[in-house]
Design a protein around this ligand. Structure first.
Ligand code: SF4
Ligand code: SF4
Length: 328
């Protein structure tokens, strides 16, 4: 949600944008145009990464304003077939697989088919697993320039999870955690259970078996999903997890605040740009000595896996990294 009253039109957000080149004056002008209801070029050239929300020192959320204007104008140019494909996710079968009483619930949202293998092994033993249309957070609509559709789904999504009567719901998909914390708060929706980020859960689960943990001794790059821009406060869990399983992060340019999008949001609108961004990201990891790239988001994993392998970097999903540390 954009907070016009907090924005002093400094332009720092657009000057920071890693996908567009803005001088301060032009950035200021375009922000002023956006605030006045106009649709300057940034509306069409923004790739919806959300980084400028994180950069704005005033917490004005400039991306949310750009995203609103993308919806009003259609300037993002997402083809109808991509919108239809995404809408089909609302037809995915809802599944509830009951676990052991007293154990937490894990929500797979709509990524179940991509992560099913990751649930095998001791880390998720006995958990209740839910997934499908009823548990779809819909945050991905921001990448299609349709934030109102995400907002429309917020309440039913939270109600469906609430009806499970769990004290805690583990979010396998980072988008769900963003929805249940930052986005729900912005829309003043109460969440009557504690959302637990996958990093926090894994840290707990691995720490509970200290005698089995072995240091992996890997140098890694981390690929943060766009949704993580909403919730940087949970990132300390990843640092602790990396310490626990004995991996070190390489010091590279495209990490943290300067992290790059995996390219997925661009695939429907500009494949050439998607390819450039992916290459820049992997080249940066390789130049700085990463042996592996660790992923949290299944979409990032799908998009970058092959390119990682072609460049001698092992793609590893965060759950697999934990399993490797326990299985050595
Ligand atoms: S949104 Fe934030 S960073 Fe951007 S112009 Fe306004 S105050 Fe500056
Ligand atoms: S959301 Fe990302 S691409 Fe869009 S203006 Fe902000 S930083 Fe640039």
């Amino acid at each position: 949600m954009f907070h016009s009253e907090l924005c002093d039109e400094c332009g720092d957000c657009l000057v920071f944008c890693p996908y567009n080149h803005y001088e301060q004056d032009r950035a200021r002008q375009e922000i002023a145009q956006l605030k006045a209801g106009g649709s300057p070029p940034i509306v069409g050239s923004c790739i919806t990464c959300g980084a400028c929300n994180q950069v704005c020192q005033s917490q004005a959320n400039p991306f949310d304003l750009i995203n609103e204007r993308q919806e009003e104008t259609g300037a993002l140019g997402v083809p109808q077939e991509a919108l239809d494909r995404f809408a089909k996710l609302h037809e995915l079968a809802t599944r509830v697989e009951k676990g052991e009483p007293g154990k937490p619930v894990v929500n797979l949202c709509i990524v179940g088919a991509m992560v099913r293998e990751q649930l095998k092994g001791p880390l998720f033993e006995g958990l209740t697993v839910v997934e499908g249309a009823d548990y779809f957070c819909s945050v991905g609509y921001v990448h299609l320039g349709k934030p109102s559709l995400m907002a429309k789904q917020a309440l039913p999504f939270i109600k469906n999870l609430s009806s499970l009567n769990a004290d805690e719901v583990i979010c396998f998909h980072d988008d769900c955690y963003a929805m249940l914390t930052s986005i729900a708060a912005q829309h003043e929706i109460q969440v009557p259970f504690r959302p637990v980020h996958l990093f926090e859960y894994l840290l707990r689960a691995v720490s509970s078996q200290p005698q089995k943990v072995r240091a992996l001794g890997l140098k890694v790059a981390y690929q943060a999903p766009c949704a993580s821009r909403y919730t940087p406060e949970k990132d300390h869990y990843l640092d602790e997890l990396f310490d626990l399983v004995g991996v070190s992060r390489v010091q590279r340019d495209c990490e943290g605040l300067n992290g790059l999008c995996c390219g997925a949001p661009l695939m429907a609108t500009d494949k050439q740009k998607a390819s450039e961004v992916k290459l820049r990201n992997i080249a940066d990891a390789r130049t700085h000595g990463a042996e592996a790239m660790v992923f949290l988001c299944p979409m990032c994993f799908l998009n970058l896996r092959k390119l990682c392998q072609e460049n001698g970097i092992k793609p590893i999903f965060i759950t697999e990294l934990c399993n490797q540390s326990l299985q050595q």
